[in-house]
Design a protein around this ligand. Structure first.
Ligand SMILES: [Zn+2]
Length: 580
């Protein structure tokens, strides 16, 4: 026997087998029991929710010769119906029969009495597809139908059905089938078919079918074709290229707990596997929305029990602001997908943006500072003997500051800036600190900044910028990072001048002009540079380099800075890349 698709094989044969739609089934059953049959019915609802199946069962019941109020499956009418040859039950797919002529033909036959059953029943599927002419032709028949005629219209788009027709019908709205109902039916089918699977897998299939029973069976069918008699959740994911809700929970946790790299990896993996990132985004949006609903009303019936469990496990322990921000950002991003050639870029950017708002960059860095205390403090021999006392005072001060930063980054950042500004001339560049600056630098950025510095001469003609340009004219860039650069000045005095000059007001905008963005300059002399570079190399070989320095410029928000770049992921490169 030829293979029969599961959705056909398990199409409900009686009302008991119809999944969900209990109120409709009850009303129709009562109509038959009480013999209160209308002449026209309109079944509305999403695809695969049982409209056509219900219509057929209802038709079969209406014509069944038994008086059991359910199809007996034994009488001539039932048998003819089951083989699809009942002359009085006529199915029309309006999607393919929308012409006026077809309807005329139908209407012509309406007047003849039923041949076998009690009623002549027309089931017209996708009735909204009928042309207006056909509708109008039909309307007359519906207005004064012969007693033996019953119309059952089905449509996914009731708004496209003429209101004059709707008003003559008894209307039933089929809702999406509840996940638990779908799961129950699927597990029955699996049992019948000898398919081994588990609740979690069926849950995923139910989610995928979006409340459509027929779709869920089609999905099961495809899974069976792929895995034969044992289906696991991973198989379903692979076949459908989907990110499960469980994965979404993990993704959210990664974002909430600042495991950005893991989050990015998850997205890139999903993309590599060809998963639908648009769907991932919309799923993420709806689960976030639900998590916010739950926050306000934990017992809300708007959220399914399955989702509640998931939300409680993964979402509820995080700040609601984060969820709202993420929701908003993902919605904006979703709208941009229309123009996006690379959805992954947009999605990653959105998540990075929210992550950085949630854990501002200074926060991420201050975590590194805490780590830093584990490293050994620099040996006194690395420091310049003449500045010894000052250094000790200063680094103590810095450490205090860093501790403060770690405790409450957003609070102190502003204060830190203004302090730094007045302090900058006093910053004693001990070798260890320069070393940390080197560790945090990026060769690519150095090359870029050097290229820009080559244009310093052009700024000599502008009075506002001439003095700054002049001070840097004879320097070379030792290292660059996102927020700072180290320049090597011809002499110690030149270096000091540059460091002091940064406290003046025009400096920032000058740096912005020349570098395209604000950066703090640390000037050192050649002697210091040579020493530090040698030390850098030695300690790199010994594996004892300190963690990167933290230099903050919090004018524009850190987030904007990073989002301004072409590739937001460069952020992560900078944390690791070591200059030569
Ligand atoms: Zn029967």
């Amino acid at each position: 026997m030829a293979y029969q698709a599961l959705y056909r094989k398990y199409r409900p044969k009686n009302f008991e087998e119809v999944v969900g739609q209990t109120h409709i089934i009850k009303t129709l059953s009562n109509a038959i029991k009480n013999n209160r049959i209308a002449h026209a019915y309109l079944f509305c609802g999403p695809r695969g929710t049982g409209k056509t199946s219900t219509a057929k069962i209802f038709a079969k019941m209406l014509n069944c010769s038994s008086d059991t109020h359910r199809p007996c499956e034994e009488c001539e009418n039932c048998r003819m119906f089951n083989t699809g040859s009942h002359p009085d039950i006529i199915e029309i797919d309006a999607a393919s029969n929308n012409g006026v002529d077809e309807v005329r033909n139908l209407i012509d036959k309406v007047k003849y009495a039923p041949m076998e059953g009690k009623y002549k029943i027309y089931i017209i599927d996708e009735v909204h597809m009928m042309s207006t002419g056909a509708f109008n032709a039909l309307l007359k028949t519906i207005e004064e139908p012969p007693a033996h005629v019953i119309f059952i219209f089905a449509t996914t788009e009731p708004n496209k059905v003429l209101s004059t027709i709707i008003s003559r019908c008894q209307r039933f709205d089929f809702g999406r089938v509840a996940e638990e109902d779908i799961i129950r039916r699927l597990s029955y089918v699996c049992k019948q078919e000898g398919i081994k699977t588990d609740e979690q897998t069926l849950q995923m299939i139910a989610e995928l079918s979006d409340g459509g029973m027929r779709d869920s069976l089609s999905i099961l069918d495809q899974c069976v074709a792929y895995c034969l008699d044992e289906i696991h959740i991973e198989d379903v994911r692979q076949i459908y290229g989907i990110f499960s809700n469980y994965d979404l929970g993990e993704l959210f946790q990664n974002i909430a707990y600042n495991r950005i790299e893991e989050a990015m990896k998850q997205l890139q993996d999903a993309n590599t596997k060809g998963m639908d990132l648009k769907r991932l985004t919309s799923d993420f949006i709806s689960i976030l929305k639900e998590s916010i609903i739950i926050a306000f009303s934990p017992n809300s019936t708007l959220v399914s029990e399955n989702h509640k469990q998931l939300i409680n496990t993964y979402f509820m322990d995080s700040n609601i602001d984060l969820r709202v921000n993420l929701l908003e950002e993902l919605m904006n991003t979703y709208n941009k997908y229309v123009y996006a050639s690379n959805v992954l870029d947009y999605l990653e950017s959105a998540i990075l943006k929210v992550s950085l708002q949630n854990h501002p960059i200074q926060n991420m860095n201050s975590e590194k500072n805490i780590q830093k205390t584990k490293y050994e403090r620099p040996d006194i021999s690395y420091e310049l003997a003449s500045e010894n006392r000052e250094i000790t005072e200063n680094s103590a001060k810095n450490e205090q500051k860093q501790e403060k930063t770690a405790e409450n980054p957003s609070d102190v950042s502003r204060e830190t800036i203004s302090e730094q500004k007045s302090d900058i001339s006093k910053i004693i560049l001990n070798n260890e600190y320069i070393l940390q600056l080197l560790v945090g630098s990026d060769k690519k950025l150095r090359m870029e900044d050097s290229r820009r510095f080559a244009q310093l001469r052009d700024y000599m003609i502008d009075l506002d910028s001439a003095k700054y340009a002049n001070s840097l004219l004879d320097t070379t860039i030792t290292a660059s990072a996102e927020t700072y650069l180290i320049v090597c000045a011809p002499s110690d005095l030149d270096a000091k001048m540059i460091n002091e000059m940064q406290t003046t007001d025009g400096y920032e905008s000058f740096m912005k002009k020349i570098l395209g963005k604000e950066k703090k300059v640390f000037a050192i002399d050649r002697n210091t540079q040579d020493k530090v570079i040698k030390e850098f190399k030695d300690r790199m070989n010994a594996g004892t380099l300190p963690s990167p320095a933290v230099v903050e410029i919090v004018k524009k928000s850190a987030v904007e800075e990073i989002m301004d770049q072409d590739n937001p992921l460069a952020l992560f490169d900078n944390l690791q890349i070591v200059d030569d």
